[in-house]
Each structure stands twice: as structure tokens, then as C-alpha cells.
Write a protein that binds this ligand. Structure first.
Ligand code: DGL
Length: 277
């Protein structure tokens, strides 16, 4: 194997989202692939993505992917459902490296694990409006009934750090009331911010409903993708050297503190960059 090809295995994985939500995916990658380094980009200047048009999300995603490529990543994880729904298939043909989103893995596990065939999906207006989860679920389980509900206020509440605030609980009750008579047995947390509200959602939905966080399957999918492309960092010595770097487009200090509170390691720095330039 040539030297440069070997070196590529030690390159970091690029992970991005509109803000802190994608950290729920980064956290899972850190857990399942502890030898892999990560470069994370949170587009904190332009959050939320969920209410923006497809054209805008494709443009933002291209800019971020170019930035991550310039940092020498070996693969990209689109740790955002909205960008996965709107931009992934558009951008994939332009890519020279593996890229994976969060929708397909989440849809697959929900389709395969539902017992009564009734699945709820909560996400941004963009993700729910795109019907992408319904489409992907039907590929695995054509008879499944899929009920979507956009929960646009969840993202700003999470970005604000109000994870268990009474206001957040009230908002969650109103959104999730949609599912009261629906008899769903599975609910997909179809926005990477939402796993941070998991305990609130669990309390409202009850224990009978299986909450699917696509981050787990995304990290598994990433592992397969790296192996298939001979990009997995399989060096034993390299294990201790996994590094995590964070970049944002605004409010770096706030991001750094939030990231430190939910990741298994302390974040020393989140660097501010001008992504439009
Ligand atoms: N966390 C993202 C998602 O999974 C984006 C949320 C937003 O910025 O609206 O959809």
C-alpha cells in the first residue's frame, strides 16, 4: 500500500450541522469509533436550517463540505437531517470521498423495528415537508403508516440550552399531542438536536413508544463505509491520538461550553471561521 494511501486512514472525519445538534452524532462516532479523529463544523451563524429552502441548504452544505475538504478530511458525515434531506443526493455525485447522512440509517431501523407498522417522525419543517422519511421507510416496509410532525421551536430551545426548562416541556406537550390517538409504537427523532430533549420526549410519549435516534445507526454505517473504502483507522498505536477539533460560524464561546457539557471530553477551543469567504 502506498504511503499516502496509508496516511489517509489517519485523516479526520468531517462532521457538520447547523449548530450543536450534530454533536449528538459526533458523540456516537466518538463512542463507536474511538480511534477516529473528527473535525466538526457548526453553522451557528445561520441556524436554523429547518425553515430554509432547499436551494439555500444545498449552498450552505457545499460551502461547509469545501471547508472540511480543505482541512484534509477523509469522509463526511452530514449530521443534520435537513441537509441530509435537501442536499445529500444533490452533492453526492460531486464528491471524491465517502459521504453519509442521518436519514437513511434512521429510517431503516425504524422500519425494521416497528411491530404495529405505525411510525411517527418529528423533525424540522424542511425534513418533515420533504417526506424523505416516509419514502425511505417505505423502501424497507411498504405498508408502514408514517405520521410526521414538524417541531420548529425545538431547535432554538436546544441551542439556548433549555433542555429541561418548563417552557420546553410545555412546547413539547403541544407538539407531541399530535400523536395522542395515533397508536404509533416508534418515534424517530428526525433532527439531530432532538436527542438532547430525549428525557422530556420520553416522559410525554411514555415507555411503550420506541424512540429512534438515528445517530447510533449512522455511526455504524460510517464504520462500514470506512471499511469498504479502506479508510478505517485500524492502527493500534493511533488509538490514543484521536483528536477532535471544532469550528463554528458564530458564538464560539457559547458553542464550546455547550459542547463540553454533552461530549465525553472537555473542548478547549471552538474556532470561528467565515464560511462564506
Ligand atoms: N439539526 C438539524 C437537523 O437535524 C438542523 C436543525 C435546524 O437548524 O433547523 O435537521
Amino acid at each position: 500500500m502506498s504511503k499516502s494511501f496509508e496516511d489517509k486512514k489517519y485523516a479526520p472525519i468531517g462532521v457538520f450541522d447547523s449548530g450543536v445538534g450534530g454533536l449528538t452524532v459526533a458523540r456516537e462516532i466518538m463512542r463507536q469509533l474511538p480511534q477516529e479523529s473528527i473535525i466538526y463544523f457548526g453553522d451557528t451563524a445561520r441556524v436554523p436550517y429547518g425553515s430554509k429552502s432547499k436551494e439555500t441548504i444545498v449552498r450552505y452544505s457545499r460551502q461547509i463540505i469545501h471547508f472540511l475538504e480543505s482541512k484534509g478530511v477523509k469522509a463526511i458525515v452530514v449530521a443534520c437531517n435537513t441537509a441530509s434531506a435537501f442536499a445529500l443526493e444533490e452533492i453526492r455525485p460531486e464528491m471524491r470521498m465517502p459521504i453519509i447522512g442521518v436519514v437513511k440509517p434512521g429510517a431503516k431501523v425504524a422500519a425494521e423495528s416497528t411491530v404495529n407498522g405505525r411510525i411517527g417522525v418529528i423533525g424540522t419543517e424542511g425534513t418533515v415537508g420533504s417526506q424523505i422519511y416516509t419514502e425511505m421507510i417505505h423502501r424497507h416496509n411498504p405498508n408502514a403508516v408514517v405520521l410526521g410532525k414538524a417541531c420548529p421551536l425545538f431547535v432554538p430551545l436546544v441551542e439556548e440550552g433549555w433542555l429541561k426548562d418548563p417552557v420546553t416541556i410545555e412546547v413539547a406537550k403541544r407538539y407531541l399531542a399530535t400523536f395522542q390517538e395515533s397508536e404509533i409504537d416508534t418515534l424517530i427523532l428526525g433532527c439531530t438536536h432532538y436527542p438532547l430533549l430525549r428525557s422530556t420526549i420520553r416522559e410525554i410519549m411514555g415507555d411503550e413508544v420506541n424512540l429512534v435516534n438515528p445517530a447510533y445507526e449512522t455511526a455504524q454505517g460510517l464504520k462500514c463505509l470506512l471499511e469498504q473504502n479502506q479508510l478505517a483507522n485500524d492502527s493500534k498505536e493511533q488509538k490514543t491520538f484521536a483528536t477532535y477539533r471544532f469550528f463554528v460560524s458564530d458564538a464560539a464561546e457559547k458553542f464550546k461550553n455547550f459542547a463540553s457539557s454533552i461530549l465525553p471530553c472537555e473542548i478547549k477551543e471552538a474556532r470561528l471561521i467565515h464560511i462564506e469567504e
